[in-house]
Write a protein that binds this ligand. Sequence first.
Ligand SMILES: [Zn+2]
Length: 299
Amino acid sequence: MTGKALAATLVLCGLGVAACGGTAAGADLARERGLVPHAAGTAAAPAADGAAETLTGPAAGAAGDPTATSAAGRGGEGHEPLSGKIVVIDPGHNGQNYRHPAEINKKVNVLTQWKACDTTGTATDNGYSEAAFTWDVSQRLAKILKSRGATVKLTRDSNSGVGPCITQRAAIGNRAKADAAISIHADGANAADHGFHVIMPERIGGPVDPVVKASSKLGLDVRNAFRRGTGLSYSTYIGKNALDYRNDLGGLNLSTVPKIFIESGNMRNPTEAAKFQQPAFRQKIALSLANGLQQYLQR
Ligand SMILES: [Zn+2]
């Protein structure tokens, strides 16, 4: 019971950030965006996570391979369009964040404000967590990018841990000198809201400034490929034509490499929630993201 109550409390915290880019003013953002709380205890239930994490199909081989590796010589495709390119994938949140409030609520400096180290993320009404979703999509995406010759690094190595802090997630991309970095999320808005959006950085008089322009190009390419590949609509509730620009996200503010967030859709919308729970649709998402990244990287 205690665990369940704790989960419910934290889920509410996470929900504010639901727009999972995250914000310190979670409750305010939730109100602004009309977000509604989860049913108690449904989000991030370990059982649901476990089930959701079962990889099927092409992604299975990528599981548990978080280290930077090159697919050079693998795949047998004869040509590798992303050879020499480095991509950092940041699977939003982590499967055990909800159990470690002290750690994830610790405040970190994201230059424009102080905010929580990490958040729990959102979930579908039947308990499929955003953390499980982002982990699965990231595994699939990594495998596709590696097959095209890219060197890929993830910011976390499982969905059964905590964090890392958003500051670290940015630092991992910077240290890797990534040609492109993408943070993968799904939103938790009102049930009637739907569609995806891309979040790009704004100039803040900080380290991200030199890559703001490149990040915008990356965002456009990923927006176009995501729309084409998934068939999901542009967000009905955030941004314009699925494009949003923010200066409150640590993962963007602290990035010195071109970086964007993808909010893949609304996990609280029944239609999109059902799609996100289909492995084949997550593969479609991963393929779309890979195509958008490739479009940008081959410019
Ligand atoms: Zn998120």
